[in-house]
Write a protein that binds this ligand. Sequence first.
Ligand code: GLN
Length: 359
Amino acid sequence: MKRLLILEDGSVYEGEGFGSSRYQMGELVFNTGMSGYQEVLSDLSYCGQIVMMTYPMIGNYGINCDDFESLDPAVFGFVVRECCAAPSNFRSDYTLDEFLKQKDIPGISGVDTRAITRKLRNSGTMRAIMADEGADVEAIVAMLRSSELMHDQVARVSTKNAFPIPNRGKRVVLIDFGAKNGIIRELSRRNCDLTVVPYDTSAKEILAMKPDGVMLSNGPGDPKDVPVAIETIRELMGQVVIFGICLGHQLISLASGANTVKLKFGHRGCNHPVMNLANGKVEMTSQNHGYAVEEASLKDTDLVMTHQALNDKSVEGVRHSKYPIFSVQYHPEASPGPEDSNYLFDQFMELMEKEAVKR
Ligand SMILES: NC(=O)CC[C@H](N)C(=O)O
């Protein structure tokens, strides 16, 4: 079935529809990963966004039941050059098309995703929608131009109730802003006794659980849209070890008085080079973010930049100079992507151990 991809600037691309045929406006962003589309699709940080893959063939190893980053994907659409209809992999349980239909996610193939990516690199990300052939394009473009991006994604994807993932090790409260399973996997692998709590759980409730550490997860949208979490983090600072990933990192920065800004087209892919400023080593990292901490705004805070993106020099990690708090903008849990930064979870464990001895 013919479908159209319509952008806010009035450009229209004709392709083939797959997955769901519903109309859903989202922010069109591009991801440069050569594989890992299943993890990308199920990463809740994409809530409100239509993801376009620059790699030309997507779906060739199917969708399996092992690699989900969440069971209910929140991505608003998927754009590919070619959608493989006959996947070949022993783990494949569904085709990409079947999966998107099952989850009611619209998709389009047969469009030049690299040309559209070049456009977004020049103009910045844009609102977009997939529509049926013959749709009133002018009216849709006017609608795209007059709409706003969403602001309530974290409330949509965070767990509604707290739940435990028991173990015998360090007690960790994971604040769920749309947490990837990879983060849970890395903590469970280190025997952490986890309690996953909703994004708006108060500092008092969290401290009542007597945690050794608090993990702040990744999550969708603008970090400034979750003031309740910024306040909670401010109250937790100095009371407990805190490790933040991606949205968690941005929230720690805002809670410390730094600022976040929207990047022109963001970082989304599996091979973003980041320098660890402590030892000069370069880590290849998995990334998915549209906002970043403004470096100049760190000046009057207690935060120190620890990691920096080599492509555009943006802030990729910070640590607190007084309290046991650190965070990174990228994804040490990978899923998908390289595992160079896995040591950060060990660092979290060591910090909790050290603080436990002091207490
Ligand atoms: N993966 C994330 O946590 C992303 C954080 C935030 N939503 C951003 O786009 O910058």
